[in-house]
Write a new protein. Structure first.
Length: 254
């Protein structure tokens, strides 16, 4: 598979690489012949968690620190997440994507973004719109992308190996962390995954091996839209705060 520049895709920047999904994603990238570079804030911690992996220092809350990290990357895999209060989610889950896109400075890597199965749900207690807003930034950027919305981490047994890819924001269920990670990396390598947003769960059944066929039936997101193709209309753009709308304009112009 080639990068948008036509050269073979090898150099992949891993964001959130020291997290529970990110470490699996690094392993899958290596297994599938890619060369992962891990973005870390603390080099010593990164070395202990990812021995032998190339590390690059940077902070998602500091755009300037990301410029060297993104330089030359043919793809970016984002598995970061704050898991915190709405303000932390704003700064990290959303702000991290905004800052990374701003740091690209004209480079056009392929993006594989992990968000949440509840990204579009406004009926879940404690849920916030920041992951959905981060998705909108990626779509607005015009970069080649796939957005994966995984279900509950590790709420899948050893025999639940059959992946289910849904669209529309109504799915629920669990999936293993390694399954999420593999899907994110496989999405970089299949053109049938381009411009698609989907929820990911696992059920009883055999493991699929034909990833092109697995991604193919999904509907691509509408060109020019900042939402997933079947997303509910629960977060109207014209009702969004001015700074959020300004971020979308900046993402389109980057």
């Amino acid at each position: 598979m080639s990068s948008p520049t036509g050269t073979p895709l090898t150099d992949v920047l891993m964001v959130g690489a020291t997290g529970s999904i990110g470490r699996h994603a690094v392993t899958w990238a290596q297994r599938l012949g890619l060369s992962p570079r891990a973005l870390v804030r603390d080099l010593r911690r990164g070395e202990s968690l990812l021995p032998g992996v190339e590390l690059v220092q940077g902070d998602l809350e500091d755009t300037a620190s990301l410029k060297a990290a993104v330089r030359g990357a043919q793809a970016v895999v984002l598995t970061h997440g704050s898991g915190g209060d709405p303000e932390t989610r704003r700064r990290v889950d959303y702000g991290g994507v905004r800052n990374l896109l701003a740091a690209l400075d004209g480079e056009r890597p392929r993006i594989s973004l992990m968000t949440s199965i509840y990204s579009t749900r406004d009926d879940i207690p404690g849920n916030s719109p920041w992951k959905r807003r981060s998705e909108r930034l990626v779509r607005a950027s015009g970069l080649p992308y796939t957005i994966v919305r995984p279900g509950w981490f590790d709420h899948a047994t050893e025999t639940q190996r059959h992946l289910v890819l849904d669209q529309g924001g109504t799915a629920d269920g669990g999936v293993a962390r390694t399954q999420i990670a593999e899907t994110l990396i496989r999405a970089l390598l299949e053109d049938t995954a381009l411009s698609k947003t989907f929820e990911l769960t696992a059920v009883e059944g055999p493991e699929q091996t034909d990833w092109s066929t697995l991604f193919a039936p999904l509907k691509p997101d509408d060109a020019g839209s900042v939402d997933g193709v079947l997303d509910p209309h629960t977060l109207p753009l014209d009702a969004e705060p001015a700074d959020i709308r300004a971020d979308l304009v900046a993402a389109r112009a980057a």
